[in-house]
Ligand binder design. Sequence first.
Ligand SMILES: Nc1ncnc2c1ncn2[C@@H]1O[C@H](COP(=O)(O)OP(=O)(O)OP(=O)(O)O)[C@@H](O)[C@H]1O
Length: 576
Amino acid sequence: MNAKTPPDRRPGIWQVLSPYWQSSEKFLAFAMLAVMIGINLGSAWINVEANRVAGAFTDALIALNWEDIKPLFIFSFSLGLGAMMLTWTNVLLNEYLALRWRTWMTLRYIRRWTSGSTFYEIEQKGSLSNIDQRIADDVNELMPSTLNFFLSLVSVVINTVTYTVLLWSISGTLHFSLLGHGVSIPGYMVYAAYLIIILQVLLSHWLGKSLIALNMQKQNAEGDFRFLGVQVRENAEQIAFYRGGKREGERLRQRFIRVRANALAVILRGFKVSSGQSLFSHFISPVPTLLALPQLLRGEISFGDMTRIQMAYGSLGSTLSYFMQAYQGFTRWLALTNRLRDMEAALDEAEHTDSAIRRQPRATSGLTCRHLHLLTPDGRTLTRIDEWQVLPGERWLIQGASGAGKSTLLRACAGLWPHGSGEIDFAQGQSSLFLPQKSYLPGGSLKSALCYPEEPDRFSDAACCQALIDAALPEMAALLTTEDRWQYRLSGGEQQRVAIARVLLHRPAFVFLDEATSALDAETELKVYRTLCERLPHSAIVSVAHHQALASLHDRRLTLTQAAERVNNRVTALPV
Ligand SMILES: Nc1ncnc2c1ncn2[C@@H]1O[C@H](COP(=O)(O)OP(=O)(O)OP(=O)(O)O)[C@@H](O)[C@H]1O
């Protein structure tokens, strides 16, 4: 599944990159950046000095002048040491800043993704694929590469200016005659270097422009492949019962074929770009020597000057060729920013989902639905509820045909269903728990699964044991500190009883049970329900259940029917 954000609705790259630089960390971040820019300036000075020393050293060697060779050698050696130390410091600062930036961004995305029901809405709408991969991998890759691009660019600008001035000052003037006219080009080596690099960049872009799209497809294909693998792992038992291994193997194979096809396309395209670039570089490599040779032969420059010209030309060439070499990395960087821009758009959309169903806290003790009109995402009417009030201590049974919208009504009460209109008032400050058929049990100790979403230390061991005993799981009281993957280890009925124990522990004011005991035998189900009603006499209990035996434990019934133009729910009293 690919991202569905149209490219023209993506937020700007700046929206992805700038928040960190406006955060409380900005002072330290800018300070580190400033030190790194300073290091680049220092390195440029060292390079200019090294160039001067190399020329003088060559001339001293040719003249066999030991008096000059010795200090030049020591100075050159010291320059090398200095350059090395600057490089180490630069690398260290660069990596540390990238890590801080990544940490800040990752925590920010985790906060946004898990706040409210954003994560649920993104999955419900299917508006973004593999958000976990984007947060884990793409952020990890984007922050260091952005820093590298920026600092490389700074270094390229500094070095370009330095070497341009240097080469201009030593390259002399080219004299030749054109159609009988004498032509002189001062600093001609500089023009040659720039001309060559412009040709190189144009060549790289021509050969490699499709790499941007290919790199984006690569992340999507890898993400989809990994996601299917996780699904197989998570649903291993169901797949094994269906003997679905072969089918899943085929699906994984198909997804991997996409990964492979994309990787091959990236390799081939990358090969075209780099072989084109190196072929071009090879052909132009004799240019500086050929251009400087006439001056040497005419005796206008010494052999040392020739060495300096070659060095300066080579340095300017390799500085400018950054644009050519960085091309492939840049296409990947653009693909990463596009994926994070899609994620920003999906998070923004989920955070600002407007719903015509207004949920508001009121200073009342009950829950009231008014003029509630529930729709499917594609606009089909599910059900209408004119007025429905649930008060503390009431026991409601919601019934209706399969697909009538019973679970959807509970989702709307929980604020998870935006499709429809109407009002839902809920009691301010009153807690509620919603139990679906299959409750989430995080891995870890049984106590932490039981106390979820609260921290395990919020409840005493004694209270947890009592809750397990009341939920007809006395044998599990001894496993409170045992660590396991409870979602896989426990039977369906045991998982449902752990969820009931969770309710007994949390004692919410409103309990919503959506087929939450459907896996239990009739006797245990009745027993558990009875305990729930006895232990939570002041809590409102709203159940969606098909088992008629449960009706005896509820005192009110809401029957939902489908496809109506007008109010069609029925509220009836049940015998207690
Ligand atoms: N995300 C969704 N996209 C499209 N349709 C949906 C979505 N979620 C639910 N529906 C549809 O809404 C209808 C009501 O679903 P709901 O789960 O509320 O039914 P229900 O009354 O609880 O059914 P059951 O008794 O079978 O559990 C169903 O037709 C379902 O297919």
